[in-house]
Write a protein that binds this ligand. Structure first.
Ligand code: UDX
Length: 494
């Protein structure tokens, strides 16, 4: 098939490259000439594993080109995908559809034969109908049908998600257009991937509902993490025990600093806006947004608690700046909130990210950017792990401990075994969803237990449960500290 993709941003570029890799002839169109020139020179402006190789291979095979010339791209085209931006607009997070409608107008005026025009950008319910009306207005006798085909890809695994999706959603009321889209996705259907064909409105809503549900799942496990920290349980065990229930599922139950990125924050707010406009209250979505926003804003207070109640004069090292690993995307990244709050509270911050440094410099000009994790940790009072890059799992912990001013780690992605950090490397560890631990307390426990064993007060093969720590401290496994001793929610961070 001959395919045009309008917009060479994340979704447009990945979709275009993947369709081309499936054997279709694809032209990517963008109004940004510099971007088009870069793409044609093989310079991929976004960070996505495997994308550059895919674009290069398809270009070499002569099946993928980029242009600013819409007429050229639409010549003999079968399917036109609209993948332009839909930023949050000025009013209450309503998606700004002006780029989508402008693209539609131009497509309608330029098309010279029958084609299906498909929205791939995430757009509110009813957009396909509105787009069709806009296009009819521009070209009353145009031979086009508008369909919806939302994209569910995740940054960092976008090619994998595109080529092995859980499902493909096609929103289309027209049989010819629906047939064409089903033919496009036939290779996936042949592999057993379900093609869900619905009305356009349902397809549009599926995307928002899926994102809002996933965001809610994350917000839920983050609340469980808060509870685990207080009651000395472990959120990973909770997630495992919950996730094995097939009705719940194991994915998106990883507690962390709160969700960020280009989709969840924007789409949940846009969904609320749609509901409000329709006179419907979405209490769960409202609470998810509120809980996630609050979580990001409490990170600095949590850090202050780890450091004795204040961040003033403290030096903080932050590893991981983007909203998650395997991306260079800083949009709504929890690290932004933490670093700004820490700076406002009088701390100095050094930061490191394997891919996001250039973007981070734009939004966090006051931070110091380090060349590697060790430089980042040097002189720090606390090291905060914000994202789960593979390279952060294999830090030289002995060296990290040596270069830091104070051995404290806030592991917000649960990358490290707390026992290892506490006992072998003597860090005080605040790990998300687990009791706070410190080496001082761990050794006190060991000494107390040893003394009591010597005196016969404690059986030699006692389990953790009976392992008393001191007269005042409750019995907790291996050096756990009742969080209240450290975490004081009233603590001031200024
Ligand atoms: C998301 C959706 O997954 C995707 O289907 C949609 O098309 C776009 O939005 P993306 O934003 O790329 O994709 O990232 P995702 O992997 O979903 O993570 C979103 C945020 O949630 C990140 O900040 C991530 O760190 C966080 N997250 C995710 C968790 O905190 N815990 C989890 O278990 C999963």
């Amino acid at each position: 098939m001959k395919i045009a993709v309008l917009g060479t941003g994340y979704v447009g570029l990945v979709s275009g490259a993947c369709f081309s890799a499936w054997g279709h002839e694809v032209t990517g169109v963008d109004i940004d000439r510099a971007r088009v020139d870069r793409l044609n020179a093989g310079d991929i402006p976004i960070f996505e594993p495997g994308l550059a190789e895919c674009v290069l291979a398809c270009r070499e095979a002569g099946r993928l080109a980029f242009t600013t010339d819409l007429a050229l791209a639409l010549k003999d085209v079968d399917i036109v995908f609209i993948a332009v931006g839909t930023p949050a607009g000025q009013h209450d997070g309503e998606a700004d559809l002006s780029y989508v409608f402008e693209a539609g107008r131009q497509i309608a005026r330029t098309l010279r034969g029958p084609a299906v025009v498909v929205t791939k950008s995430t757009v509110p319910v009813g957009t396909a109908e509105r787009l069709e009306a806009v296009m009819r207005d521009a070209a009353p006798s145009g031979e086009f049908v508008v369909a919806s085909n939302p994209e569910f890809l995740r940054e960092g695994s976008a090619l994998e998600d595109f080529n092995r999706p859980d499902r493909v959603v096609i929103g289309c009321e027209d049989r010819w257009a629906g047939g064409l889209l089903e033919a496009l996705y036939a290779p996936l259907a042949a592999e057993g991937i379900r093609i869900v064909t619905t009305g356009r409105r349902s397809a549009e809503l599926i995307k928002y509902a899926a994102n809002a549900f996933l965001a809610t799942k994350i917000a839920f496990i983050n609340e469980m993490a808060d509870l685990c920290e207080r009651v000395n349980a472990n959120v990973e065990d909770i997630a495992l025990g919950m996730g094995l229930d097939r009705r719940i599922g194991a994915d998106f139950l990883k507690a962390g600093p709160g969700y960020g990125g280009s989709c969840f924050p924007k789409d949940t707010v846009a969904l609320l806006r749609t509901a409000q406009d329709s006179g419907v209250t979405l209490r769960l979505v409202e609470q998810t947004i509120a809980a996630n926003t609050a979580r990001k804003h409490t990170l600095a207070r949590r850090l202050a608690s780890l450091l004795g109640g204040t961040l003033r004069g403290k030096h903080i090292a932050v590893l991981g700046l983007t909203f998650k690993a395997e991306t260079d995307d800083m949009r709504d990244a929890p690290a932004q909130t933490l670093i700004r709050c820490a700076l406002e509270a009088g701390a100095t911050v050094s930061a490191y990210d394997p891919a996001g440094m250039d973007n981070a410099r734009q939004v966090l000009p006051e931070a110091h950017f380090a060349a590697d994790p060790i430089e980042c940790a040097t002189g720090a009072d606390a090291l905060v792990i914000m994202t789960d890059w593979a390279s952060f799992r294999t830090l030289d912990l002995a060296r990290v401990g040596e270069v830091m001013r104070r051995r404290a780690i806030m592991d917000l992605r649960g990358l490290y075994d707390v026992d290892l950090l506490v006992k072998q490397y003597r860090f005080t560890v605040d790990r998300v969803g687990a009791p706070l631990r410190s080496p001082e307390r761990a050794s006190r426990i060991t000494l107390n237990a040893h003394a009591r064993r010597q005196s016969g007060a404690l059986p030699v093969h006692n389990g953790f449960r009976n392992l008393e720590t001191s007269d005042t401290a409750p019995a907790l496994p291996g050096g756990s500290i009742p969080r209240e001793e450290f975490v004081n929610d009233q603590s001031q961070i200024i």
